[in-house]
Design a protein around this ligand. Structure first.
Ligand code: G3P
Ligand code: CA
Length: 225
């Protein structure tokens, strides 16, 4: 059975994570959806970057929230790529997006942009933070929500139902058959992050998951077969 394939931060195994180059690569590779991470700049722009600080993924230093969009755009995010604005990614790729709210303060800004740009049918808003999903649901009753879980994976089903999410994206190593069964009973779709080698893909199939979040194009091809 083919699994839904989600490109993690684009296809970060082969391109600099969360850059347009990575998102375009995932789109060209035919991934079913593309995942990205969101923070707010000091001046309130939705920036696509994973960490709270720019230190690991760019040539700069400091917290994203302490830098303006112009300052963030001046940094090299890998191979000469810039930190993208969220809207730029939505314009650049065709695939549906999984927009992960890392900074809960970004929830309102994202909801406003999705509404204004009529993107609510193409974007699933995902987060580890219950509050970000609560705010999003309140502002956008129609948008699809996904709860992301790591350590909290055993309670994914119950929390997702309470939040009105239809999807859970769980850390593969923490998923077991019982948790998947409770998600199924609740009518939730279950995907796992990150699935980057054949053994992890085999485990995802054994658990009967709906999809995998991957860094790697060859795993995406295999999962879709
Ligand atoms: O899609 C969920 C996954 O991206 C969560 O982990 O740390 O890579 O954002 P992280
Ligand atoms: Ca993410």
């Amino acid at each position: 059975m083919p699994l839904l394939t989600v490109g993690h931060r684009g296809l970060m195994g082969v391109e600099p994570e969360n850059t347009l180059r990575s998102f375009l690569r995932a789109d060209r590779a035919g991934l079913d959806a593309i995942e990205l991470d969101l923070h707010l700049s000091k001046d309130g722009e939705l920036m696509v970057i994973h960490d709270e600080s720019v230190d690991r993924t760019t040539d700069g230093t400091g917290r994203v929230a302490d830098l303006t969009a112009a300052e963030l755009r001046g940094l090299d995010a890998g191979g000469g790529e810039r930190i993208p604005f969220f809207g730029e990614v939505a314009d650049a790729v065709r695939a549906p997006l999984q927009a992960e709210i890392k900074d809960p303060a970004a929830a309102r800004v994202l909801a406003g942009l999705l509404r204004r740009r009529r993107l609510t049918g193409r974007v699933t808003v995902i987060s580890f933070h219950d509050e970000a999903l609560r705010v999003t649901r309140e502002l956008l009753p129609e948008v699809s929500l996904g709860l992301v879980t790591g350590r909290s994976t055993p309670t994914a089903a119950e929390r997702a139902v309470a939040l009105g999410a239809g999807l859970v994206s769980c850390e593969l190593e923490r998923l077991d058959a019982g948790t998947v069964a409770r998600c199924r009973e609740a009518g939730l779709r279950v995907i796992a992050w990150t699935v980057n080698d054949p053994a992890q893909l085999a485990r995802a199939r054994e658990l009967g998951l709906d999809g995998v979040v991957t860094d790697r194009p060859e795993i995406a091809r295999e999962a879709a077969a």
